[in-house]
Design a protein around this ligand. Structure first.
Ligand code: MCN
Ligand code: CUN
Length: 800
C-alpha cells in the first residue's frame, strides 16, 4: 500500500509510458471479432450486380433467371426501393447518391441490383444470372473536359438546378465553388511582387485500401421493431442518426455496432449503398442479411481519395520572403459528391495550404466537378484535404527556392512562423495553437548532417560516371486536426464534439466508453493510460469500450486524427469530474477539509503527511458504501467535449534517394521523420502510427494509382496492380520528436496518426525532383514508379 512513489507510478502504466498494446492479445491469436465473424441464425447473404460500363441508360433488368438459381431468395432493384423512397440517399456532402442505379448508371461498377440468397455462393451465382440491358452514353472522365460547354450531362437528376448544397453551379457538371482568403489583397500582392512562380500539379486518385473491405450484417427484428447492424464504420453514431432519419425507425430502436475494424484509413467514414441495401433487405425479408464486398469492389466503388488538379503560385521578394500565395483547384469528385468533410467545408481544411509559413496574403479556390468515375474524395490518412494542401505548399516552396537558387532549408527558415508568434492567425483565419518549426528542422538537419549530404550530392553531380542521381527532399509541414469546434464543424448538423463515460466499480477497477472507434490505433491501450494517470487506477484494470451506439455516449467517430484532440480531452475531463468527487469522499473519510488534501499518483493524502491517505481504491469502495451526507453514491461521470479550436501538429521530414540513371529504379537511402504532437500519451504507439503512416506515404508517392481509360474502365483496381508495399519494399524509417504542447487541450496533446502520411508524400516528391534539379526540372507528378522515372530520365537526356 505504501510502496515508493516511483513504483506506484510505474504500476499505473499511465501517460508517457510505452505500454504494450492491450488489443494485440486477441489480434495475434486470431481472436479478433470483425464484421465477417458475425454469424446469426437464419442469416442470408447479399451480393451486388454492378455496371460493367461507365455511363449508360438501363433499358431493362430481367430477374427471372436469377430467381431460379437454387438458394436465391430475392433480387432487388431501384424499382423495388422506390416505394420505400430508398432508391436515392443523401450523402455526407449534401448531395444525393443512387442506392441502386435508377434508370441510368454513372460510373463503372455502380450498384445496379442486389441478390439475396441462403449462402454467399448462391448470391454470387444469382448476380451472374441477372440480365441488364444497357444503352451506352458518352463518357467523361477528365474534369476539365467535363466543364466544357457541350460535355455530356452526367447528373440528369440535377437538370435545371443552378445551385447545390454549397452554392451556385455554373455548369451541368459543376458541383460547387468554394474559396477562402482575401482575393483582392492577394492579386494586388502578385501584381507588384518582384518574383512570382507558378506550378501545375496533379495529386492522383488513390484509395486507402484497408486490408478488411467494407461490410455489414443487418438484423431487423419485426416483432420488436428493432434494427441492429454490425458494420465497418468509423462513425457509428452518425450512421445511427442517418439510418433512423431514412427508415423512420426511432433512433432508440436502431443499434449500430462497429466491432473490430481491419483498417479504416478514411475508407470507412462514408455510407455506402451496400450498407443501405443490406439493411433494407433485412427489413423486407425479416431475416439477418450479411454483405461483405470483395477487393475489386472495394477499390472500384468505395470512396477514393484525392484527385486534385492544383495550380500553385507564390509571390516573393528577390531574397526569398514569401509575400502571397494563390491556388486554384479543379477537384474530381466522381459521379456523386460523397466526400466526407465537415458540412460547411466542401474542400475540407484545404485552406491550411499556407503551411508553416508567415504569408501575409493568400487566396484559394476549389471547384468540385462531376465525372463518370466512382464517388469519393474522402481523406486517406489525412484530415480532410490537408494532404493535398501540404503537398501544394511544400512543392511551391521548393519551386521558389529553385528559381531563386536558394537552399531548401534556408528558404524555409526565412519564412517560418516563429515560435514567439503563436498563437498565430493565418491569412485564411486558422488560429495555430503552438509550434516551433525552426527547432524541429534544425534538429533534423543536424541529425542527418545536411551540409555533408549536400556536399556528396554536388560531388556526384559533377561526376558524369556516377551511376545514380542523388536527391534530397525536405518538408516542414503543419497539419490541422481535431475537428472540431462545433460552431464551425458539423456533420449533417450534428456538432463535432466527442464524449466519454467512465464508471469506477466498488473494487477500484473501471470501464470507460467513448464515441470514437479504433481501427488499429490502439485506443484500448492509450485511452486507459489517460484515465490511469488522471485517476490513479492501473490501466490494466480499465476496460475501454467503443463502437456500440447502445452503450457509448454520442460521439462523432474516429477520422481526421480527432480521437486524441477531442475524445482524449473528453476522457481527461470525465476523469477530472470523478477526481473532484473522489476528493470530497477522501476528505470525508480522513475527516479533514478538502483544502488540506493533496493528490499523489494514486491517492489523496493529508498535505505533507505520507501516512494519512486514501487511495482511489479505498475511495471507490467508500463511494458505494459510505458516501458523505449529501453526496450521491457511485463513482462515475460523463463528459461531452467541444474543443475550442483545432490542434496543429507539425513535423520536419528529410529523405535521401538514389535513382539509377539507367533504369529509373529508386532506392530510398534514408528517411528521417521528426514529429511534434504535443504531449505524448504512448511513445510506442506513436512510433507505430508513424511507421504505418510513412509506409502509406511511401505507397502513395511511389506507386499507388487509380486511373480510367477513355471508356471509363477503372485501372489499377486489383492488388496485382495497386501498390501495397510489403516489408520487402518498405524503407527503414528513422523517427524523432520534439514536444510543443497544445495550450488549449486539457492534456496538451495533439493528434498524430495522419502526420506521417501528410508529411512524407511531399518529402518523397521533393527528393525525387531534387535529383533532377540541376537539370532544370522543377516538378513531376506522382506516382514515382521506375517506369515513369525512366521516362523522366529520358526527357533530360539520360537513360540511353
Ligand atoms: N497518441 C498518443 N499521443 C498523442 C497523440 C496520439 O499516444 N499525442 C496515440 C493515441 O492515443 C492513439 C493513436 O496515437 O492510440 C492515434 O491517435 P490520434 O492521432 O488521435 O488519431 P485517431 O486515434 O483519431 O486515429 C485516426 C487516424 C486516421 S484518421 C487514420 S486515416 C488512420 C490512423 O488513425 N487509420 C488507421 N492510423 C491508423 N492505424 C491503423 N492501424 N489503422 C487505421 O485504419
Ligand atoms: Cu483522414 S482518413 Mo482518417 O480521417 O480516417
Amino acid at each position: 500500500m505504501n510502496a515508493p512513489a516511483n513504483d506506484r507510478e510505474k504500476d499505473l502504466m499511465g501517460m508517457g509510458m510505452s505500454r504494450l498494446r492491450k488489443e494485440d492479445a486477441r489480434f495475434i491469436q486470431g481472436k479478433g471479432n470483425y464484421v465477417d465473424d458475425i454469424k446469426l441464425p437464419d442469416m442470408l447473404h447479399m451480393d451486388i450486380v454492378r455496371s460493367p460500363v461507365a455511363h449508360a441508360r438501363i433499358v431493362r433488368i430481367n430477374k427471372e433467371a436469377a430467381l431460379k438459381v437454387p438458394g436465391v431468395i430475392a433480387v432487388l432493384t431501384a424499382q423495388d426501393l422506390k416505394p420505400l423512397k430508398l432508391h436515392w440517399m443523401p450523402t455526407l456532402a449534401g448531395d444525393v447518391q443512387a442506392v441502386l442505379a435508377d434508370e441510368k448508371v454513372h460510373f463503372q461498377m455502380q450498384e445496379v441490383a442486389v441478390v439475396i440468397a441462403t449462402d454467399r455462393y448462391a448470391a454470387a451465382d444469382g448476380v451472374e444470372a441477372v440480365e441488364v440491358e444497357y444503352e451506352e452514353l458518352p463518357v467523361v472522365i477528365d474534369p476539365f473536359e467535363a466543364l466544357k460547354p457541350g460535355a455530356p450531362v452526367i447528373r440528369e437528376d440535377l437538370a435545371g438546378k443552378s445551385a447545390g448544397a454549397h452554392g451556385e453551379r455554373y455548369h451541368h457538371n459543376h458541383i460547387f465553388t468554394w474559396d477562402a482568403g482575401d482575393k483582392a489583397a492577394t492579386d494586388a500582392a502578385f501584381a507588384s511582387a518582384p518574383i512570382t512562380v507558378r506550378q501545375d500539379m496533379h495529386y492522383p486518385r488513390v484509395h486507402p485500401c484497408p486490408l478488411e473491405t467494407c461490410g455489414a450484417v443487418a438484423s431487423f427484428d419485426p416483432v420488436r421493431g428493432e434494427l441492429t447492424t454490425w458494420m465497418t464504420s468509423q462513425a457509428p453514431h452518425i450512421v445511427r442518426t442517418v439510418v433512423s432519419m431514412l427508415s423512420g425507425i426511432p433512433e432508440s430502436k436502431v443499434r449500430i455496432i462497429s466491432p473490430d475494424i481491419g483498417g479504416g484509413f478514411g475508407n470507412k467514414v462514408g455510407i455506402y449503398p451496400g450498407y443501405v441495401c443490406a439493411i433494407v433487405s433485412s427489413i423486407v425479408l425479416g431475416k439477418p442479411v450479411k454483405w461483405i464486398e470483395d477487393r475489386i469492389e472495394n477499390l472500384s466503388s468505395t470512396a477514393f481519395a484525392r484527385d486534385y488538379h492544383m495550380t500553385g503560385e507564390l509571390a516573393a521578394t528577390a531574397d526569398g520572403k514569401i509575400l502571397a500565395l494563390r491556388t486554384n483547384v479543379i477537384a474530381d469528385h466522381g459521379a456523386f459528391d460523397a466526400c466526407a468533410d465537415p458540412t460547411k467545408f466542401p474542400a475540407g481544411m484545404f485552406h491550411i495550404v499556407s503551411g508553416s509559413y508567415d504569408i501575409p496574403s493568400a487566396y484559394c479556390r476549389v471547384d468540385g466537378v462531376y465525372t463518370n468515375t466512382a464517388p469519393g474524395g474522402v481523406a486517406y490518412r489525412c484530415s480532410f484535404r490537408v494532404t493535398e494542401a501540404v503537398y501544394l505548399i511544400e512543392r511551391m516552396v521548393d519551386v521558389l527556392a529553385q528559381k531563386l537558387g536558394m537552399d531548401k532549408a534556408a528558404i524555409r527558415s526565412k519564412n517560418f512562423i516563429r515560435r514567439e508568434q503563436f498563437p498565430y492567425t493565418s491569412a485564411f483565419g486558422f488560429e495555430y495553437d503552438s509550434g516551433d518549426y525552426q527547432s524541429a528542422m534544425d534538429k533534423v538537419l543536424a541529425a542527418v548532417d545536411y551540409p555533408r549530404l549536400r556536399a556528396e550530392q554536388a560531388q556526384k553531380r559533377a561526376d558524369p560516371a556516377c551511376p545514380t542521381l542523388m536527391g534530397i527532399g525536405l518538408v516542414t509541414f503543419t497539419e490541422v486536426v481535431g475537428a472540431g469546434p462545433s460552431k464551425i464543424c458539423d456533420i449533417l448538423g450534428v456538432g463535432m464534439f466527442d464524449s466519454c463515460e467512465i464508471r469506477v466499480h466498488p473494487t477500484g477497477s473501471a470501464i470507460a466508453r467513448m464515441g470514437t472507434i479504433s481501427q488499429g490505433q490502439g485506443h484500448q491501450t492509450t485511452y486507459a493510460q489517460i484515465i490511469a494517470t488522471e485517476l490513479g487506477i492501473s490501466s490494466e484494470v480499465i476496460q475501454i469500450e467503443e463502437g456500440d451506439t447502445s452503450t457509448a455516449p454520442y460521439g462523432l467517430g474516429t477520422y481526421g486524427s480527432r480521437s486524441t484532440p477531442v475524445a482524449g480531452a473528453a476522457i481527461a475531463m470525465a476523469a477530472r469530474k470523478i477526481h473532484a468527487k473522489a476528493r470530497k469522499i477522501a476528505a470525508h473519510l480522513l475527516e479533514v477539509s478538502e483544502a488540506d488534501l493533496e493528490w499523489e499518483i494514486d491517492r489523496f493524502k493529508l498535505r505533507g503527511n505520507d501516512d494519512r491517505f486514501k487511495t482511489m481504491k479505498d475511495i471507490a469502495w467508500a463511494a458505494y458504501n459510505q458516501p458523505p451526507a449529501g453526496l450521491e453514491p457511485g463513482l462515475e461521470a460523463v463528459h461531452y467535449y467541444d474543443p475550442p479550436n483545432f490542434t496543429f501538429p507539425f513535423g520536419a521530414y528529410l529523405c535521401v534517394v538514389d535513382i539509377d540513371k539507367g533504369t529509373g529504379e529508386t532506392s530510398i537511402r534514408r528517411f528521417y521523420a521528426l514529429d511534434d504532437c504535443g504531449t505524448r500519451i504512448n511513445p510506442m504507439i506513436i512510433e507505430g502510427q508513424i511507421h504505418g503512416g510513412l509506409t502509406e506515404g511511401f505507397a502513395v508517392a511511389m506507386g499507388q494509382l487509380l486511373s480510367f481509360d477513355k471508356q471509363g474502365n477503372i485501372q489499377g483496381n486489383t492488388l496485382m496492380d495497386y501498390f501495397l508495399p510489403t516489408a520487402v519494399e518498405t524503407p527503414k524509417w528513422e523517427t524523432d520528436f520534439t514536444v510543443t504542447p497544445s495550450p488549449h487541450h486539457p492534456l496538451g496533446a495533439k493528434g498524430v496518426a495522419e502526420s506521417p502520411h501528410v508529411g512524407s508524400i511531399p518529402t518523397f516528391t521533393s527528393a525525387m525532383v531534387d535529383a533532377f534539379a540541376h537539370l532544370g526540372v522543377t516538378h513531376f507528378n506522382m506516382p514515382h514508379t521506375a517506369f515513369r522515372m525512366w521516362h523522366q530520365l529520358k526527357a533530360v537526356g539520360l537513360a540511353g
